[in-house]
Design a protein. Structure first.
Length: 155
């Protein structure tokens, strides 16, 4: 069972397959399958984006994704969830993350899929670097060096 469930989460450098994620959660009792795709867009917070790079602490990322999978599957009866996350360079329009969830009914599948993507974004050690006309920058990273006005800076 553990081996089977671990195959439902992964971090990959190759293009992600929606069909793979659906196959990971599909079964005869699944009356609903929900899928979320995170796709590289061309702007973020008003800045143009030409490409993204994702980096991950691979084994830790997979282990945390599997913990999240197990949590959700224990929280919502008869649910199966899967998540695949891409690492490396991605162009605008490419899939960065796929989450899928199945359940006997749509409500549980939709809820589980949302929980999966929310928890992956919140907890998994994957970092995003955006590239645009002003050069590359890490998303969500703040310079920890103290500047004279650091105390007045609001986030």
């Amino acid at each position: 069972m553990i081996g089977e469930s671990r195959r439902r989460v992964d971090v990959r450098s190759d293009a992600l397959s929606v069909e793979d994620a659906i196959a990971m959660v599909g079964h005869a009792g699944a009356g609903g399958i929900a899928v979320f795709l995170g796709v590289v867009r061309d702007t973020n917070e008003g800045r143009a984006v030409t490409k993204l790079e994702y980096e991950a602490y691979g084994s830790m990322a997979v282990a945390e994704m599997d913990r999240i999978r197990a949590e959700i599957e224990s929280e919502i009866a008869e649910v199966r969830v899967a998540a695949l996350h891409r690492v490396g360079p991605l162009r605008v329009g490419e899939i960065a993350v796929v989450c899928a969830a199945s359940a006997p009914h749509r409500g549980e599948a939709l809820r589980a899929c949302k929980l999966m993507i929310d928890r992956v974004k919140e907890r998994v050690p994957i970092w995003k670097r955006e590239h645009g006309p002003d050069g590359p920058y890490w998303v969500g990273w703040e310079d920890a060096r103290c500047a004279p006005d650091h105390g007045d800076h609001h986030h």
